[in-house]
Design a protein around this ligand. Structure first.
Ligand SMILES: [Zn+2]
Length: 264
């Protein structure tokens, strides 16, 4: 196992690493919200405590981007959100273009607001949302656009607890209109979950994420090539509505290709 490969096996323990690069805008916002803290703002300890990772570094390297998402979610769970890059000036700065450091393929569910649960700001996340994060041609094209045209290198498929679309794929009620498209897409994951035992809905939600991650990794011609060449990473996660915690699915963190640092 070479060094790069080991490094690409990202785990939550990576969050304990000291983060040496400051996110100036995040820090500026945080100064306003934590003035009473005894820990010196901008100190190494403060940045470590708040899991602040440089935004440009996250854009350049999906392993850092993943840590940035994990850190932001940790702030959210601990009620330490710093709400970076959300000022009027930040909006003006985005007029010239965008460099989203992560693509989120998530459910439309109103209880899963991506920028809030990952504590990120304007221009950070390129988000594709459909019920059950079911994908079709327009979703594929959107992800491809983010990676090929905008240079995003991390793609996260984000399922969530108590997903109504997955529940429908398990129970198979009569549904009107195009909702059947959602049910049919999630059905294979629901069938596998049925054979697993335990909590069928939770298993189906997780299995659905795993299958969607594989779907994107195998998607020709853009994503499959970029993924196999180590130009992008594609992983999966499940959001817990009750705790606010995003758990990255271990199966989707194993065997990641070596990321080529120079890849663009
Ligand atoms: Zn859902």
């Amino acid at each position: 196992m070479n060094t790069l490969f080991r490094y690409s096996l990202l785990t939550l323990t990576a969050l304990t690493c000291t983060l040496h690069t400051a996110d100036a805008q995040s820090t500026r916002r945080a100064k306003q919200s934590v003035q009473s803290t005894p820990v010196a703002i901008d100190s190494v300890q403060w940045r470590k405590d708040h899991y602040v990772v440089n935004r440009d570094s996250a854009y350049a390297d999906p392993r850092i981007a993943l840590r940035k998402l994990m850190g932001g979610n940790r702030r959210f769970v601990e009620d330490k959100s710093i709400r970076p890059r959300q000022s009027r000036r930040d909006l003006t700065n985005t007029e010239k273009g965008q460099k989203p450091f992560a693509v989120i393929v998530g459910c439309s569910d109103s209880r899963v607001p991506n920028e809030i649960i990952f504590d990120q700001g304007v221009g950070d996340l390129f988000i594709i949302r459909t019920a059950g994060q079911v994908m079709a041609a327009a979703s594929y094209g959107s992800v491809e656009f983010a990676t090929a045209a905008l240079g995003s290198k991390l793609i996260v498929v984000l399922g969530h607890q108590s997903c109504g679309a997955v529940d429908a794929a398990i129970k198979r009620p009569d549904v009107p209109g195009h909702i059947v498209t959602l049910v049919n897409s999630i059905k294979p994951a629901a069938q596998k979950a049925r054979a697993m035992g335990g909590n069928m809905l939770e298993n189906a939600i997780r299995q659905n994420v795993i299958e969607q991650v594989n779907e994107l990794r195998d998607l020709d011609p853009v994503l499959s090539k970029k993924y196999s060449k180590g130009e992008i990473l594609i992983v999966g996660a499940v959001y817990n509505l009750g705790t606010g915690k995003v758990e990255f699915v271990p199966e989707t963190l194993k065997g990641l290709p070596d990321f080529q640092t120079s890849a663009r």
